[in-house]
Design a protein around this ligand. Structure first.
Ligand code: B12
Ligand code: SF4
Ligand code: SF4
Length: 381
């Protein structure tokens, strides 16, 4: 009874799914999380391995005294507006993950979850509650699966039977005891489309993603020099990656979605050459209210250089030469790599590298120049 009233309220607040679970994580999920961390699949996201946060992820009861129920919520976002082939062929453009086409979902979703929580205060009377969206130490997929919201696909994301996986998840933990739903059943079957398509083979086994290899991690969370062997596999992804979701059969039949994140057309397949021109102020303005702003200009321009390097478009070279002499070493490293990918003639490339080396003092940049030189010499002989 209470659950159906809450479901109605959730719908009123714009949620596409609302399910209920006890605050419990199964032993196999706890073990899988420990195994994931033991293998360093969390990459530089060291917060994931912090003892207190880990303990909370494994024991949701630690999140709120006397918590009885977890209300699992999902909101859909507009899926990619192109198919994989079209995205890959748009070489002069960068691919931005569809959840980032518009406003930052954290802001939009948190407001809605809080509004729903206020209604619950009225409906449930005296009770304790806390709301979470993404960043809290909550094992969202495991709770979503046990609440029946959706199963965890082999790409590790939660799939809703009708709405697919282009979802944002959030939870309300409450001390009220509400009847719970049945656990979701698995519907991946023998499909392996996501594992097969992943450009960097980051889905190292069904249900397990090594963040070190995932383009989403490399382009958004990671702020350093991108490993050389991964750069060419990144194609024209400049912010996040939807490839494993784009091939998923469960995303084929999804119905039209309300534009709750207010898509900004400028963020769909933007021109690489325009983005590389952005200075700090221009970047802030361009990505105001977008999740992209969290990644910062330097990391974003790094990603743009990599995409330019993978484009095969020689017209990018003059712009990259300017970037290779810019202020930020991180951008210089990737601009130089990109130049080395686009200049086929070794003698010309070696000349550029020699010029760039003259005034360079940064170790990472010098190392990049040395590696590009070695490769140019090897390809000439
Ligand atoms: C860290 C993180 C990342 C990392 C690591 C991703 C990962 N797969 O672990 C990086 C930066 C790579 C990332 C990328 C993305 N993320 Co992210 N991310 C998170 C975050 C904060 C934690 C995830 C986590 O705990 N990972 C640790 C691993 C161990 O957990 P797990 O994947 O659930 O692991 C389980 C399985 O391995 C399972 N398992 C193991 N063996 C088996 C066997 C079987 C049979 C089964 C069923 C299960 C199973 O057991 C483990 C424990 O339950 C969550 C939010 C949250 N608080 O949960 C968002 C979240 C998962 N991300 C989200 C999104 C949208 C993305 C991207 C799609 C963004 C993009 N477009 O670029 C990509 C997708 C990449 C991918 N294929 O996973 C959404 C997913 C929405 C959905 N539909 O599920 C979330 C839920 C955020 C949100 N609140 O909406 N993300
Ligand atoms: S988001 Fe991209 S790189 Fe990461 S697992 Fe999916 S397909 Fe692979
Ligand atoms: S692509 Fe296939 S294996 Fe991967 S999540 Fe979708 S149904 Fe499951």
């Amino acid at each position: 009874m209470t659950s159906s009233l809450i479901r109605k309220l959730a719908k009123k607040h714009g949620f596409d799914a609302c399910h209920f679970s006890r605050p419990m994580i199964k032993a196999q999920d706890k073990d899988a999380l420990s195994h994931w961390l033991a293998n360093d699949y969390q990459a530089n996201m060291t917060w994931m391995a912090e003892a207190t946060r880990l303990e909370r992820r494994k024991n949701p009861k630690r999140m709120l005294d006397d918590v009885q129920t977890v209300i699992c919520l999902a909101m859909r976002h507009i899926p990619p507006t192109y198919d994989l082939k079209m995205a890959q062929q748009s070489k002069e453009r960068g691919v931005v993950a569809s959840y980032a086409y518009g406003l930052d979902y954290h802001d939009v979703m948190k407001k809605r979850v809080k509004a729903l929580a206020r209604d619950l205060d009225v409906l449930l009377g005296e009770h304790g509650q806390r709301v979470y969206v993404d960043t809290a130490p909550v094992l969202e997929h495991a709770l979503a699966a046990s609440s029946g919201l959706g199963w965890q696909g082999k790409h590790s994301l939660t799939i809703h039977r009708e709405h697919g996986s282009y979802l944002m998840l959030g939870e309300i933990f409450t001390t009220a005891s509400i009847e719970v739903d049945q656990e979701a059943s698995q519907h991946c079957g023998s499909c392996t489309a996501c594992l097969d398509v992943c450009p960097t083979k980051a889905i190292i086994a069904p249900y397990v993603v090594d963040a070190n290899l995932c383009i989403s991690y490399l382009t958004i969370e990671y702020k350093g020099v991108i490993p050389r062997d991964l750069r060419s596999k990144m194609g024209n992804h400049i912010y996040g990656c939807d490839d494993c979701q784009m091939v998923c059969p469960w995303n084929r039949k999804i119905t039209a979605v309300d534009d709750i994140l207010m898509v900004n057309q400028a963020h769909i397949l933007p021109m690489l050459s325009e983005l590389l021109l952005l200075d700090e102020e221009g970047f802030r303005q361009h990505f105001r209210k977008s999740p992209v702003k969290r990644t910062g200009r330097v990391a974003m321009l790094r990603n743009i250089c990599v995409s330019m390097g993978n484009s095969g478009i020689a017209d990018f070279i003059p712009q990259l030469l300017i970037a290779s002499k810019g202020e930020e070493a991180l951008i210089r490293v990737h601009a130089i790599w990109a130049i080395s990918q686009l200049i086929a003639e070794s003698s010309r490339l070696l000349q550029h590298l020699e010029n760039l080396e003259k005034d360079e003092v940064n170790e990472d940049v010098l190392q990049e120049i040395a590696q590009c030189r070695q490769e140019a010499i090897a390809s000439a002989s």
